[in-house]
Design a protein around this ligand. Structure first.
Ligand code: B12
Length: 297
């Protein structure tokens, strides 16, 4: 049976107060959850709709004017809005300090609890921009300068993979605009760009197939073919001599009707002109979100 969420969980996930959830239901019929003996029971698609509505309200739309629109119309409306930077929150360092302290003392349960607590109080988008991206940067910096062990980096990487993976499942859209395969070319171990992108893609109504990093071109292209993906998104952070040939091979092996999107800190140094007309540089994550939403509309 499909998972159902009680109103308290929904309030945490969506950042909407209990009162507001009830008012939006009673007055505007924005989302009317099923009822059971245990109270309101929301389906994952109800949560996805509430997130859409909330984002539009934050961009200045009146709930009364949009509550009756279909999910499709809401996504189209959102695609027309400029993507803004994530909402102002306490500085990332304040939120990350308890997690980093737990990691330093190898206290995996505490680190994981702290991360789950943030996941419960932040919107999924803020979680990506305000927590996972800065956390990984900080952990990587400490790993690079030798103050964190490889095992500690692995611990955090694993925690983030699990957390974002479960959130991706939670925000899965019933009728995704398209399927997108995400990976990094063989030899590229930095995976957090594509992990963050996969999460943002699912929030934007795209079905992500997250393959993890470091895959040969043929494998990525085969996965795209088997999942009928319309886009393959890869990220390049620490290029080596194999990166450009791998990308060329991927562009050549791509399914006819699929686009190849290339992002990541080192992507601007690559030659994307030869591999094919359907290869595009996506400059950052907000641009990626915009492109995903364009598919929706
Ligand atoms: C975390 C990290 C690691 C982690 C990676 C963990 C993991 N599972 O991914 C670990 C510790 C394993 C690691 C290892 C290495 N790393 Co490292 N690492 C970093 C670090 C600190 C952060 C990278 C990161 O994940 N950031 C979080 C992501 C989300 O942010 P981001 O990468 O900045 O990406 C942003 C954009 O580029 C964009 N984006 C990224 N991907 C995508 C994808 C799409 C589709 C789109 C649209 C956008 C997009 O959005 C992000 C948010 O703004 C950087 C330094 C830094 N401060 O950036 C070095 C860095 C990337 N690493 C570097 C190197 C060289 C390595 C090693 C190869 C070094 C070594 N000594 O062996 C090893 C790899 C060894 C191996 N084969 O395993 C260099 C790369 C230099 C270069 N240009 O070649 C850097 C820059 C450090 C440095 N200054 O030297 N690293």
């Amino acid at each position: 049976m499909e998972t159902r969420y009680p109103i308290r969980a929904v309030a945490k996930i969506t950042n909407l107060s209990l009162d507001r959830l009830r008012v939006w239901e009673r007055r505007y019929k924005a989302v009317v959850p099923e009822r059971s003996q245990r109270g309101r029971q929301y389906r994952p698609e109800d949560i996805a709709r509430l997130l859409l509505l909330n984002e539009l309200v934050q961009k200045g739309h009146a709930i009364g004017a949009i509550a009756s629109r279909s999910d499709e119309e809401l996504r189209r409306l959102l695609a027309q809005q400029p993507v803004q930077p994530a909402a102002a929150l306490p500085p990332a360092a304040d939120m990350l300090a308890p997690i980093l302290a737990a990691i330093e003392s190898f206290d995996a349960p505490r680190a994981s609890d702290e991360l789950s607590r943030l996941a419960a109080v932040l919107s999924p988008r803020d979680l990506v921009y305000q927590v996972t991206v800065p956390l990984m940067r900080e952990v990587g910096v400490r790993w690079h300068n030798g103050t964190l062990a490889i095992a500690q980096e692995h611990l955090v990487s694993q925690m983030l993979r699990t957390l974002l993976g479960s959130m991706m499942r939670l925000f899965r859209q019933p009728n995704p605009a398209m399927t997108m395969v995400l990976s990094t070319p063989a030899g590229e171990p930095h995976e957090f760009g594509i992990l963050a992108a996969a999460m943002l893609a699912s929030l934007a109504g795209v079905e992500p197939v997250y393959l993890g990093p470091n895959l040969p071109a043929r494998e990525i292209a085969d996965a795209a073919r088997k999942t009928s993906a319309r886009v393959v998104a890869v990220s390049v952070t620490s290029p080596s001599e194999t990166t450009q040939p791998e990308l060329n091979a991927l562009a050549a092996a791509m399914p006819e009707d699929a686009e190849l999107w290339v992002g990541g800190a080192a992507s601007t140094g690559l030659d994307l002109s030869n591999p094919g007309r359907k290869t595009r540089l996506i400059e950052d994550l907000p641009a990626f979100e915009r492109e995903c939403r364009r598919w929706r509309s």
